[in-house]
Design a protein around this ligand. Structure first.
Ligand code: OGA
Ligand code: MN
Length: 203
Protein backbone atom coordinates (compact mmCIF):
# COMPACT_ATOMS: atom_id res chain seq x y z
CA UNK A 1 0.00 0.00 0.00
CA UNK A 2 1.09 3.55 -0.74
CA UNK A 3 2.10 5.19 2.54
CA UNK A 4 3.47 8.50 1.22
CA UNK A 5 2.42 11.48 3.34
CA UNK A 6 -1.02 12.72 2.27
CA UNK A 7 -0.95 16.15 0.59
CA UNK A 8 -3.05 18.82 2.40
CA UNK A 9 -5.73 19.07 -0.30
CA UNK A 10 -6.38 15.33 -0.13
CA UNK A 11 -6.22 15.34 3.67
CA UNK A 12 -8.92 18.03 3.70
CA UNK A 13 -11.21 15.97 1.50
CA UNK A 14 -10.71 12.87 3.65
CA UNK A 15 -11.39 14.90 6.78
CA UNK A 16 -14.59 16.38 5.33
CA UNK A 17 -15.76 12.93 4.23
CA UNK A 18 -15.17 11.56 7.71
CA UNK A 19 -16.97 14.39 9.50
CA UNK A 20 -19.75 15.38 7.04
CA UNK A 21 -19.89 12.68 4.37
CA UNK A 22 -19.09 15.14 1.59
CA UNK A 23 -16.50 17.67 0.46
CA UNK A 24 -16.39 20.47 -2.08
CA UNK A 25 -13.06 21.84 -3.32
CA UNK A 26 -13.00 24.81 -5.66
CA UNK A 27 -9.45 24.41 -6.95
CA UNK A 28 -8.95 20.68 -7.21
CA UNK A 29 -8.14 20.49 -10.92
CA UNK A 30 -5.53 22.83 -12.41
CA UNK A 31 -6.89 25.25 -15.02
CA UNK A 32 -4.81 23.87 -17.87
CA UNK A 33 -6.20 20.42 -17.16
CA UNK A 34 -9.88 21.46 -17.06
CA UNK A 35 -9.32 23.30 -20.36
CA UNK A 36 -7.85 20.18 -22.00
CA UNK A 37 -10.55 17.92 -20.59
CA UNK A 38 -13.35 20.26 -21.74
CA UNK A 39 -11.81 20.38 -25.22
CA UNK A 40 -11.58 16.60 -25.33
CA UNK A 41 -15.20 16.22 -24.19
CA UNK A 42 -16.43 18.64 -26.88
CA UNK A 43 -14.37 16.83 -29.50
CA UNK A 44 -15.90 13.47 -28.57
CA UNK A 45 -19.38 15.03 -28.66
CA UNK A 46 -18.76 16.48 -32.13
CA UNK A 47 -17.57 13.10 -33.38
CA UNK A 48 -20.71 11.47 -32.06
CA UNK A 49 -18.87 9.40 -29.46
CA UNK A 50 -21.10 10.39 -26.56
CA UNK A 51 -24.30 8.47 -26.04
CA UNK A 52 -27.47 9.16 -24.07
CA UNK A 53 -26.95 7.92 -20.54
CA UNK A 54 -29.14 5.13 -19.21
CA UNK A 55 -30.72 4.40 -15.87
CA UNK A 56 -30.10 1.10 -14.09
CA UNK A 57 -27.53 -1.35 -15.33
CA UNK A 58 -27.03 -4.45 -17.42
CA UNK A 59 -30.17 -5.69 -19.16
CA UNK A 60 -32.34 -3.44 -16.97
CA UNK A 61 -30.67 -0.31 -18.39
CA UNK A 62 -32.99 2.10 -20.21
CA UNK A 63 -32.65 5.59 -21.62
CA UNK A 64 -35.24 7.93 -20.12
CA UNK A 65 -34.66 11.62 -20.82
CA UNK A 66 -37.51 12.51 -18.45
CA UNK A 67 -35.19 11.32 -15.67
CA UNK A 68 -31.73 12.08 -17.04
CA UNK A 69 -30.73 13.82 -20.24
CA UNK A 70 -26.94 13.77 -20.23
CA UNK A 71 -24.71 12.25 -22.89
CA UNK A 72 -21.74 10.28 -21.67
CA UNK A 73 -18.61 8.38 -22.59
CA UNK A 74 -16.77 6.16 -20.12
CA UNK A 75 -13.12 7.00 -19.45
CA UNK A 76 -10.37 4.55 -20.13
CA UNK A 77 -6.73 4.83 -19.13
CA UNK A 78 -4.31 5.39 -22.01
CA UNK A 79 -6.89 7.15 -24.22
CA UNK A 80 -5.66 10.68 -23.75
CA UNK A 81 -2.98 12.30 -21.60
CA UNK A 82 -5.39 14.76 -19.95
CA UNK A 83 -7.68 11.87 -18.98
CA UNK A 84 -4.68 10.03 -17.56
CA UNK A 85 -3.69 13.10 -15.53
CA UNK A 86 -7.19 13.25 -14.10
CA UNK A 87 -7.16 9.54 -13.30
CA UNK A 88 -3.82 10.02 -11.50
CA UNK A 89 -5.37 12.72 -9.28
CA UNK A 90 -8.27 10.42 -8.46
CA UNK A 91 -5.83 7.60 -7.72
CA UNK A 92 -4.12 9.88 -5.17
CA UNK A 93 -7.52 10.56 -3.62
CA UNK A 94 -8.38 6.85 -3.52
CA UNK A 95 -5.11 6.11 -1.76
CA UNK A 96 -5.59 8.94 0.77
CA UNK A 97 -9.12 7.75 1.60
CA UNK A 98 -8.01 4.15 2.00
CA UNK A 99 -5.06 5.08 4.22
CA UNK A 100 -7.30 7.03 6.56
CA UNK A 101 -10.85 5.74 6.40
CA UNK A 102 -10.19 2.09 5.49
CA UNK A 103 -13.03 1.92 3.00
CA UNK A 104 -11.22 -0.68 0.90
CA UNK A 105 -11.72 1.26 -2.33
CA UNK A 106 -10.45 -0.85 -5.16
CA UNK A 107 -10.95 1.02 -8.40
CA UNK A 108 -12.56 3.96 -10.17
CA UNK A 109 -15.11 4.11 -12.96
CA UNK A 110 -16.02 7.44 -14.50
CA UNK A 111 -17.40 9.12 -17.57
CA UNK A 112 -17.49 12.44 -19.37
CA UNK A 113 -20.98 13.89 -19.15
CA UNK A 114 -22.44 16.60 -21.32
CA UNK A 115 -25.83 18.07 -20.40
CA UNK A 116 -27.15 20.08 -23.37
CA UNK A 117 -29.21 23.20 -22.51
CA UNK A 118 -32.40 22.15 -20.69
CA UNK A 119 -31.14 18.66 -19.76
CA UNK A 120 -31.33 17.55 -16.14
CA UNK A 121 -30.98 14.53 -13.89
CA UNK A 122 -33.84 14.10 -11.41
CA UNK A 123 -33.23 13.49 -7.71
CA UNK A 124 -31.52 10.12 -7.18
CA UNK A 125 -28.98 8.13 -5.18
CA UNK A 126 -25.80 6.80 -6.83
CA UNK A 127 -26.40 3.20 -5.81
CA UNK A 128 -27.93 0.44 -7.85
CA UNK A 129 -30.32 -1.84 -6.01
CA UNK A 130 -28.37 -4.88 -7.17
CA UNK A 131 -24.83 -3.52 -6.89
CA UNK A 132 -23.33 -1.79 -3.87
CA UNK A 133 -19.79 -1.37 -5.20
CA UNK A 134 -20.04 2.41 -5.61
CA UNK A 135 -18.90 3.96 -2.33
CA UNK A 136 -17.63 7.47 -3.06
CA UNK A 137 -18.94 9.74 -5.84
CA UNK A 138 -16.47 12.21 -7.40
CA UNK A 139 -17.73 14.91 -9.77
CA UNK A 140 -15.29 17.27 -11.49
CA UNK A 141 -16.60 20.29 -13.37
CA UNK A 142 -15.12 21.60 -16.60
CA UNK A 143 -17.06 24.80 -17.33
CA UNK A 144 -15.11 28.02 -17.51
CA UNK A 145 -16.81 31.23 -16.37
CA UNK A 146 -20.07 29.70 -15.31
CA UNK A 147 -22.56 32.41 -14.33
CA UNK A 148 -25.16 31.87 -11.58
CA UNK A 149 -28.02 32.72 -13.98
CA UNK A 150 -26.96 29.84 -16.24
CA UNK A 151 -28.35 27.35 -13.69
CA UNK A 152 -27.04 23.79 -13.88
CA UNK A 153 -26.35 23.43 -10.16
CA UNK A 154 -25.96 20.05 -8.57
CA UNK A 155 -28.42 20.18 -5.68
CA UNK A 156 -27.59 17.98 -2.70
CA UNK A 157 -30.30 17.04 -0.22
CA UNK A 158 -28.60 17.10 3.17
CA UNK A 159 -29.94 16.30 6.62
CA UNK A 160 -32.72 18.39 8.21
CA UNK A 161 -34.29 19.45 4.89
CA UNK A 162 -31.20 21.46 4.04
CA UNK A 163 -29.99 21.66 0.49
CA UNK A 164 -26.59 22.60 -0.86
CA UNK A 165 -26.12 23.80 -4.45
CA UNK A 166 -22.83 23.28 -6.27
CA UNK A 167 -22.11 25.56 -9.22
CA UNK A 168 -20.48 23.53 -12.03
CA UNK A 169 -17.51 25.89 -12.32
CA UNK A 170 -14.28 24.60 -13.85
CA UNK A 171 -11.84 23.35 -11.22
CA UNK A 172 -14.47 22.35 -8.66
CA UNK A 173 -14.50 18.81 -7.34
CA UNK A 174 -17.42 17.46 -5.34
CA UNK A 175 -16.89 14.24 -3.40
CA UNK A 176 -19.59 12.48 -1.38
CA UNK A 177 -20.61 9.14 0.09
CA UNK A 178 -22.65 7.60 -2.72
CA UNK A 179 -25.34 5.94 -0.62
CA UNK A 180 -25.89 8.84 1.74
CA UNK A 181 -26.89 11.92 -0.25
CA UNK A 182 -29.75 12.20 -2.75
CA UNK A 183 -28.95 14.83 -5.38
CA UNK A 184 -30.15 16.20 -8.70
CA UNK A 185 -28.79 18.16 -11.64
CA UNK A 186 -30.80 21.28 -12.48
CA UNK A 187 -31.24 22.37 -16.10
CA UNK A 188 -28.84 24.94 -17.50
CA UNK A 189 -28.94 27.42 -20.34
CA UNK A 190 -25.63 26.30 -21.86
CA UNK A 191 -23.74 23.02 -22.32
CA UNK A 192 -22.67 21.67 -18.95
CA UNK A 193 -19.60 19.44 -18.86
CA UNK A 194 -18.37 17.22 -16.05
CA UNK A 195 -16.51 14.05 -15.28
CA UNK A 196 -18.61 11.95 -12.94
CA UNK A 197 -17.22 8.81 -11.38
CA UNK A 198 -17.20 6.45 -8.46
CA UNK A 199 -14.55 4.92 -6.23
CA UNK A 200 -15.63 1.35 -5.80
CA UNK A 201 -15.03 -1.48 -3.42
CA UNK A 202 -14.80 -5.16 -4.21
CA UNK A 203 -18.06 -6.81 -5.27
C1 OGA B 1 -24.63 11.33 -11.86
C2 OGA B 1 -24.73 12.70 -11.29
C3 OGA B 1 -23.90 14.95 -11.18
C4 OGA B 1 -23.30 16.06 -12.00
O1 OGA B 1 -24.15 11.18 -12.99
O2 OGA B 1 -25.02 10.37 -11.15
O3 OGA B 1 -25.41 12.87 -10.30
O4 OGA B 1 -23.20 17.16 -11.43
N1 OGA B 1 -24.02 13.71 -11.85
O5 OGA B 1 -22.94 15.87 -13.16
MN1 MN C 1 -25.67 11.00 -9.25
Amino acid sequence: MNTLPIAPLFARIVDDLATHGWSQQSIFIPTDLTTQLAKECHKRAQRGHLELAGIGRGVAKVVHTGIRGDQIQWLEAGQHQAVDRYLALIEQLRSAINQTLFLGLEDFEGHFALYPPGAFYKKHLDRFRDDDRRVVTCVAYLNEQWLPEQGGELRMYLDDQQTHDVVPQAGTLLVFMSEKWPHEVLPATRDRLSITGWLRRRA
